[in-house]
Design a protein around this ligand. Structure first.
Ligand code: FAD
Length: 501
């Protein structure tokens, strides 16, 4: 290593973000780096964050983590998607499944053929055409199907639910086994270099000084380094995503073990249900501008499937992101970098991509401005595109029951989102820009589920006769049904492969 190399990396915080970062850097950085993680047992982690999206499997793969071992150690379950209940209107629900819808034919997506039949009043529910939306209705799950490449089961997309505390412990064991040093204690001050304001060291309550070349701020919403020390600034998106308060409570499990997250709309927000092996995680996300916390807590406690296992915990948040994810020699990862409500379970994914980006742009001591700008531009794009997808769910509601839903329906939305809505309304088309996280399959399911209807379908669908289109769609439906029939239940699958220790 030459003298210009960054050698000393200090990670501040030992929640999901801190330990994911520590684990990844311990695996991905070649030898010669000193990795230290500072956390305080006195300052608890946020303790929620238990549903993920399929990309987390890339993280596990990059770290060489065995999936079954990971599930066993975190009381994990599998997740095929999210059910949205009462979001469009009370009494209506739809599924946002991972994986594919139907199969493409010629140059066109399956959705376009289905759309033609739908507009003629002949199409079964869209949820019938994906393993990821049909299997959940029967509480079924299966993976490892590469051996049957032509089967739609091979297209199954899945993620996990897990216990956040156990997950952090699992990654801590992984990291410490690879040389990460954990320092226990509270940070009380940050020393900045006089000449350029870069972080020189953090100071512990004990008086110890921990110096470093690069600081990764994983201190949660406190934003200890990125905000309190560097005053980076925060872009507030509450006018588009007005929820600002969550109440979380675990409850006893009930049968069947569902392989999906459920999100149920409430009068001023929504409630999550995340099934784990040993309990169900629940939470009510709402706007305190439209509902008082006491009422919100009552609603949550009234709507649990099993007996509560702890007292409800209140968490306040502001939706938005730090003006710069990377400022000077500090990179914010996790809640210190920003927060988008957990409607599509994207925060852990944002941790993962920030880590990947940090490795890609890993600095030397010059901390080149162009590289930092490129990192920040990517973070901004990613946050904004996920933000738009979340706003979509709220904007397209047809609920008549509260001022909250009326506000969401009437609010101005970002032009980027309006463009996507206009495009879809024309001929059911979607365009994925750059490295946007959510694919056309996601956008179509939520737009359709929330009641947005295209005026027409892709003109090239008419190259095929009506009978041909009808037969194609019916065949796809039959194949998917057959696959789901032979799948084991989610509970059976877990019992066989990865029941908790
Ligand atoms: P934290 O967990 O808050 O950790 C902060 C760490 O910093 C702690 O270890 C603490 O000890 C340390 N620290 C702070 N100050 C000091 C100090 N002065 N000295 C020393 N140490 C300090 N994400 C998902 O992907 N899926 C979900 O389903 C999901 N649900 C969520 C629901 C809610 C209501 C909320 C609020 C978030 C949810 N998230 C979800 C987000 C997810 O919880 C976080 O992204 C994730 O837990 C990362 O948190 P963190 O590590 O950044 O912060």
């Amino acid at each position: 290593m030459n003298g210009n190399c960054v050698r000393d990396v200090v990670i501040v915080g030992g929640g999901t973000a801190g330990w994911m970062t520590a684990a990844a850097l311990s695996r991905l950085l070649p030898g010669g780096y000193r990795l230290r993680l500072v956390e305080s047992d006195e300052i608890s982690t946020i303790g929620v964050g238990e549903a993920t999206i399929p990309n987390i499997r890339n993280y596990n793969h990059a770290l060489g983590i065995d999936e079954d071992d990971f599930i066993r150690n975190t009381q994990g379950t599998f997740k095929l998607g999210i059910e949205f209940v009462d979001w469009k209107n009370s009494g209506e629900s739809y599924f946002h499944g991972f994986g594919k819808i139907g199969r493409d034919l010629g140059a066109l997506k399956f959705y376009q053929y289905w759309l033609k039949l739908h507009q003629a009043g002949e199409a079964p529910d869209l949820g019938e055409f994906s393993i990821n939306t049909l299997a959940p209705r029967h509480a079924k799950f299966m993976r490892d199907v590469q051996s049957v490449p032509d089967s739609p089961v091979a297209d199954i997309g899945y993620a996990f639910h897990f216990d956040a505390g156990l997950y952090a412990r699992y990654l801590r064991r992984y990291s410490e086994a690879r040389g990460v040093v954990r320092i226990e204690g509270k940070i009380v001050a940050t020393c900045l270099r006089a000449e350029d304001g870069f972080i020189e060291a953090v100071v512990m309550e004990s008086g110890d000084r921990i110096a470093g070349d690069l600081f990764v701020d994983c201190s949660g919403m406190a934003g200890l380094l990125i905000e309190k020390a560097l005053h980076t600034g925060f872009e507030d998106w509450s006018h588009w995503l007005p929820c600002n308060h969550a109440i979380a409570v675990p409850c006893e499990s009930v049968d069947p073990l569902l392989p999906y997250t459920r999100s149920t709309a409430r009068a001023a927000g929504w409630q999550w249900r995340i099934p784990l092996q040993h309990r169900i995680g629940n939470g009510h996300v709402f706007s305190s501008d439209f509902m008082d916390p006491k009422t919100a807590e009552e609603i949550l406690m009234r709507n649990l499937d099993g007996k509560p296992l702890a007292s409800p915990r209140h968490i306040r948040f502001t939706t938005g992101k730090r003006k710069k994810g990377w400022n000077k020699n500090c990179v914010a990862i996790g809640l210190s970098g920003g927060f988008l409500e957990p409607l599509e379970s994207t925060s852990i994914h944002l941790i993962q991509t920030a880590i990947a980006r940090l490795v890609e742009f890993f600095p030397d001591k010059t901390f080149d401005r162009a590289e930092i700008d490129a990192f920040n531009a990517q973070v901004d794009f990613e946050y904004e595109s996920i933000r738009d997808f979340l706003i979509l769910h709220y904007k397209l509601n047809e609920r008549k029951d509260s001022a909250f839903w009326a506000y969401c329906r009437d609010m101005e939305i970002p032009v980027t989102l309006q463009g996507k809505i206009d495009l879809f309304q024309s001929h059911g088309r979607t365009v994925r820009t750059g490295e946007e996280l959510f694919t056309d399959v996601s956008w179509v399911q939520v737009m359709h589920g929330q009641g947005l209807r295209p005026r027409s379908y892709h003109p090239l669908v008419d190259q095929r006769s009506n009978d041909e289109v009808r037969k194609f769609v019916t065949d796809v439906q039959a194949v998917i049904r057959k696959c789901v029939d032979v799948m084991p239940t989610h509970a059976e699958f877990i019992r066989k492969h990865c029941a908790a220790l």
